[in-house]
Design a protein around this ligand. Sequence first.
Ligand code: NAP
Ligand code: ZN
Length: 363
Amino acid sequence: MSTAQVTPESRGQFKAKAYSATSATSQLAPTMISRRKPGNHDVQIEILFCGICHSDLHQVRNEWSVMPTIYPCIPGHEIVGRVTKVGSEVTKFKPGDLAAVGCLVDSDGSCPDCQTGLEQFCPHLTLTYNSPDPHIGGVTFGGYSESIVVKDHFVLHVPPNLDLAGVAPLLCAGITTYSPMRHWHVTNGKKVGVIGLGGLGHMAVKFARALGAHVVVFTTSKSKKDDAIRLGADEIVISTDPAQMKKHTGSFDFILDTVSAEHDINAYIQLLRRDGNMTLVGAPDKPHALSGFGLLFQRRSISGSIIGGIAETQEMLDFCGKHNITADVEVIPMQKVNEAYERMLRSDVKYRFSIDMASLKSG
Ligand code: NAP
Ligand code: ZN
């Protein structure tokens, strides 16, 4: 054993500025948090931009009964920044490099899921926030902060040609929509539906288009029609109009449901062709009512998907670099985060908020 081995206890901690919520009803407000000093395999990152995911809002407001929130909660899992320090065993990164972190910061590395690059299913995974922190105790703190320290395996390389504010959302909205499309073989000529044109939905449209599919957007917002076409959709359906929905009966190979609130999924299952699949990525807390008959008659299936593994996340980032894909973002200062949450609830964001972390320096 090398004498240079550094333990969390021996290496200590440092302070970082952040924004936190102290209860389900409190606003996010400035605070100071502790981060571990980097160990041998750690990368320390100065955060430049962090996207605002609807999951941040669900978690801050304790809306998920399956994942109760531990307070104080510092959300943020769409992180991009610059490496400031690396541990002695880190070979993938050096100070000055661009780096990104998504929803995962650790896993056991030995289970069948980890061994096949599917860390998102590891029974011992550590989420970027709201997981027990194995290093310094308490709970993990996310990206609404000036810095973060993460094990090198969970740090991603950023293609140099992309705008960083638009890269941050790729780390959750990007991989969450890319992964199920790859899994369900979205390719040239497939007819793909995307339900909900929000942060996830607009990335899904871009990926489906880049993969060569015929893309149909289902939206409740008439005002998003022109944007949907600009983003790459071939057709738009106003989902509250039954006549428009009916025209597509039995025609989709794949539908991705990104809706964040309660809605009727049976109306969409009818639109799948024989053996078509609908995958849920949206995560409203209330269980969906499902009519089995919609599935039986055409051997349709419904499934779920959660983010993606580390290798696939890197593949997605490289795909974005090659195809020049980033999220359409509205860059905001940290101080506007509470207002941004209210606007996200009203579907008033085109199409992702990205927090400029330089704003944290002023408060
Ligand atoms: P978002 O930006 O708020 O987008 C959600 C979209 O859903 C809205 O823009 C709206 O689209 C539609 N919508 C909202 N309320 C609706 C309602 N009552 N009925 C029908 N449509 C409605 O949220 P997001 O960040 O994309 O996240 C979407 C969901 O995915 C959240 O529940 C989030 O927690 C979840 N999520 C899951 C994963 C995963 O790994 N599975 C990862 C990230 C996020 P229109 O205006 O076009 O109708
Ligand atoms: Zn997310």
